[in-house]
Ligand binder design. Sequence first.
Ligand SMILES: Nc1ncnc2c1ncn2[C@@H]1O[C@H](COP(=O)(O)OP(=O)(O)OP(=O)(O)O)[C@@H](O)[C@H]1O
Length: 825
Amino acid sequence: NPVPEFNPVLGSLVWVEDPKAAWIDGEVVEVKGEEIKVRFTSKKTVVVKASTVCQKATEAPPYGVDDMRNLAYLHEPGVLQNLKSRYGINVIYTYTGNMLIAVNPCRKLPYLYDKNMMEQYKRADFGELSPHPFAIADAAYRGMINGGKNQSVLVSGESGAGKTETAKQIMRYLAYMGEGRVIEQQVLESNPVLEAFGNAKTIANNNSSRFGKFVEIQFDQRGRISGAAIRTYLLETSRLSHVSDHERNFHCFYMLCAAPPEDVKRYKLGKGNPRTFRYLNQSKCYELEGVDDSKEYIATRTAMGIVGISPDEQDAIFRVVAAILHLGNIEFANGKEMDSSQPKDEKSWFHLRTAAELFMCDEKKLEDCLCKRESVTCGDPDSAAVSRDILAKTIYSKLFDWIVHKINSSIGQDPDSKSFIGVLDINGFESFTTNSFEQFCINLTNEKIQQHFNKHVFKIEQEEYTTEEIDCSCIDYVDNQDVLDLIEKKPGGIIALLDEACMFPRSTHKTFTDKLYLTFKNHKRFIKPKLSRAKFTICHYAGDVTYQTEMFLNKNKDYIVAEHRALLNASKCSLASNLFPPLSEEPSKASKFSSIGSQFKQQLEALLDTLSATETHFIGCIKPNKLLKPENFESKSVLQQLRCGLVMEAIRISCAGYPTRKQFYEFVDQFGILAPEVLDKSYDEGTACKRLLEKVRCKGYQIGKTKVFLRAGQMAELNARRSEVLGRSASIIQQKFRSNLSRKEEAKAEENTKLQFSLQEILLLLKETQAMFMKECEAAERAAKQIRVVKEVQSQSFGRCLSVYTHCISVLEVLWWFAFGLVGL
Ligand SMILES: Nc1ncnc2c1ncn2[C@@H]1O[C@H](COP(=O)(O)OP(=O)(O)OP(=O)(O)O)[C@@H](O)[C@H]1O
C-alpha cells in the first residue's frame, strides 16, 4: 500500500484500515506521539499508529474522478472510495492513466454499448469522453493506423470480473470500424461457439471461460479486418469427469440434451435428461437462471455455421459430445481373470455399445481399451474407471482444439496483413483453499503478465520524464524475475524438476516434493510448509500460495494412451480419427518427452514475445461482490483484487515519482489565483509555474518542458489553498452585494416607494457589484479567467442548490441569478 508521508494533527481527516470494511474514514481527536485517536462517524473511536493512516481529502468530488491520477491523494483508500462512489451512480469505468478499470455492473447496461456510443468514441480523442472500453479500443486502433505499430489489449481480473464481456466489447468496436463484412461477423461469432464448448457454470460465474484466449485481429492497409487467429490456453478438462457442487460441466452437454427431439434421438440421448448422465449429475445443478439451453443449442449451431463449421462437421462434433456422455455412464465390475474388469451390468453394456456406435469405432476394441490391463492401468474396475475418464478428457480436449483450429482456418489468416490488434482474456491470480497444477500454471501466467506490465508502466513513466527532461531516478519497479526463475528456469526450476520426475517411472509426488524442498531450501520465494510433505508455498507478487502436489505429476504428463489413440484413429468418423493421428504424424510427440508444463511455458513465452512487440493497453476488471449481485460494492473484496491485480502496482510506480502532472497553462489556469503577482510580469509559462510554486512553498515538484510534476499529496494542498482564496472572494462578493442591496433598500424606504426591484434595477445593481467585485478580486479574476472564478464563487457561496446554474456564461449572468436568488429569498 503506497501510504504517502503524512503527519496527522488534531482535526485531520484520515482513513484507518479495518479488517472488515477495508478502510474507514474519521477525524483525529487526540495525538500522543506516534499514536493517534480517531473518531469515526459512528462515534466509535480507535487508537492507531499515525504511520498507518492515510490522509483523507477534505473536498473529494461526490461522484469521484475519471482518472485516479486526479485524486487529491493517490492511495489505496482514495482509489477504493473513488471506485465505490462512481459505482453507486452506475459509472463503472475509471482510468488510472492509460489503464482502464472496469467494475462489473452485474446487470445489463445496454445504453453503454450501442452504435451511437461507438460513433461518439470514434470521433473523440482519448480522455475527451468518459472512460470506456471503446476508448481503449479506439486508442489501439488509432495507434495501429497512425503509429503503424501492432497493438494489444490485455484484459485481466478474477473469475466473474467481466473479462470476457469487456473483451467482447473491444472486439465489437474493432469490428465496427470495418463494418459490414463477413469476416467481422465470423470473428464475433467465434465467441458463442468457443463459449458453448469451453465455458461452464462455476460458483463464481454462470458463464465462466474455462480456458485463456488471445484473439489476434489482423487488419489490411485500409484499416479493415482481413483475418484473425485465435490461440487458446489450458482448457480445464478435469471438469469433464468431476463437477463440484453448484457447478456444471461444459455448456454444450446441457444444450445437446435440450436439443429438438429429432436431434436427441439421433444422438441416442434417451429422453435428453441430463440427470441420467454421470458426467452431468454429480452436482445436481442443471439449469441456469435466464438461460434456455434449447435456444442456446440452436444459436450455437447457427454460430458454428457462420464460423465455417459445415453441417456434417457439426453433426460429428455433437456425436462425439453424446458419445462422451455415454462413455461416462459405463461402470465396471471385476472380470473373470486377475486384474481385469468388465462392464458392470446390462446398462453399462448398453452405454458402451452406444458410445462405440457414436464414436464409429469397434465395440470390442473400446471394451478392451477400458477393461484390459495396459501400459498405464492394472485392469481392475477402479483402473478401468480411471481409463474411461482419461479417454473422455483426451477426446474432449482434442475436440476443443479441433474447433479452435477449424475457426482459425475458416476465418483465415491474412498473410499480407499490415498490422494486428490482439485481445488477451486470461484468468487473474488464483489462490484457493486447495491449489493444484492448474493454479500453478495460471499464477505463472500472471507473474509473466505482471512483469510485462511493470516494465510497460515503468517505460512509459520513464519516457515521459525523459521527454520533459526531468530527473527520473526516483522511479523504479519491483522486478519479479526471481519468482519466474524459481518456476521456469532451465535447468533447475520447478517445471524442469517436475518434467524430470515425470520421466522416471518410480517418481511419486512425494519424491518430487522432497526434491523441491532440497533444491530451494534457501530460496527466498519458496517455503516448505511445516507439517506437510505434499505441499509447497510460492511467495507470489500478489501473495503466498500453497500448492498441493498430489496430482502434479499426472496433470503434467501429456501423452495419449497408445490403445486410445489406436481405437479412435481407426474410427469411421473422419473427425474422430483426425483427432488422433498416428504417432508418426506428430513428430514432436514421437521424438521426445512432452509435458503440459513445458508446453504451456513455451506458449507463454511466445505470447509474451508477441505482447512485447506491441503497444499494450491494459484493462483491469473488478468483481464488486462474490455473488455478482447488482448495487453491492464489497470494499474488502475489491481491495483484495486491487492488491492482486495490476492497478495498485501502477499506482505504486507512479507514486514513487511525481504522480500528478499538469500542462503549464492548465496549472496557471487553476492555481494562478494563489500568486497573481507572478502572472503580472511577463514570465513565460514555465517560469510563472516555478515562481508560483516557490511562493506557496511547495516542497515536491519538478518543472518539465511543458508540464509541472507534483509529488503525491501536493495537489491536495494546492487545492485546499485555492479553496481558501476562493472562499474569501465569495464572502467579499456576498458582502458587497448585500451592502449594495441594503443601500438601495434604504433609499427606496426613504423615498417611500414600494420595496420591490424591477429587472432593470437588479441588473444595474449587479453591474455595480460586478464593478466592485472586479476591484476586489482583480488579480484573482485575471489569473483564473473571469467565468471560472465566478463559477467557483457561485458554488462556494450557495453550495449545491445553485450548482445547476453552472451553464451561465458571463459574470453578469451569474450574478444576475445570484441576486435573483437573494431577492427571491
Ligand atoms: N459490462 C457489463 N455489463 C453487463 N454485464 C456484465 C458486464 N461485465 C460482466 N457482466 C456479466 O457478469 C458476468 C461475468 O462476466 P464474464 O463472464 O465476462 O467474467 P469473466 O471475468 O470473463 O469470468 P471467467 O474468468 O469466469 O470467464 C456475466 O454474466 C456477464 O454477462
